[in-house]
Design a protein around this ligand. Structure first.
Ligand code: ATP
Ligand code: MG
Length: 157
């Protein structure tokens, strides 16, 4: 269905804001305008739930998580960044593989199956977007994904 992504994203973040500890700050950097995309809302909520849960799971006390949406040509670029431990350079692309968990010891302690991001990738791609990660060890992790914007004016030739 056609959805204003900004409104949808605000609602998802609001839900986390109510439940997350005061020690983690959620920062939003979102456009003021409505930006429409085609969404399976339940599936996209699953994508964001996993990305944001990971960010919270790996955030240090006093850490900030930032949410950003930008227009990029015909796409939306959505970025969720944290100030957690990061992911080693050679492992950052593997986190989208099924059952892959970057830091065995820490991951075991924090729980999970290693499926979240593999499912997120499937869902984003089924929306004709792509997803990737940028990370610096000791600095933090950013998960980025795109979604095609719906044209306001449909061109008929
Ligand atoms: P699940 O999501 O199934 O509960 P999970 O969170 O371990 O388990 P994914 O969400 O697929 O699995 O993430 C895969 C791995 O990528 C994680 O185990 C972790 O090693 C790494 N990872 C994901 N997000 C972050 C992050 N924000 N900071 C650091 N490492 C991350
Ligand atoms: Mg996860």
């Amino acid at each position: 269905e056609r959805v204003d992504f900004i409104d949808f994203f605000q609602q998802v973040i609001d839900r986390f804001e109510m439940n997350v500890s005061d020690q983690i700050e959620l920062q939003r950097d979102l456009p003021k305008e409505k930006l429409y995309v085609w969404l399976d809302k339940d599936k996209m909520a699953q994508v964001l739930d996993n990305i944001i849960s990971n960010a919270i799971k790996y955030s240090p006390e006093g850490g900030a998580i930032s949410f950003k949406v930008a227009k990029q040509k015909g796409n939306l670029l959505i970025t969720v960044s944290d100030q957690g431990p990061g992911i080693p350079y050679d492992k950052v692309d593997k986190i989208f593989d099924r059952f892959y968990r970057a830091d065995k010891a820490r991951s075991r302690k924090l729980g999970g199956t290693g499926l979240g991001l593999a499912i997120a990738k499937e869902i984003v791609e089924s929306h004709h977007g792509s997803i990737w990660a940028k990370s610096k060890e000791g600095k933090g992790t950013a998960i980025l994904f795109t979604l095609p914007l719906i044209n306001k004016k449909r061109r008929v030739n």
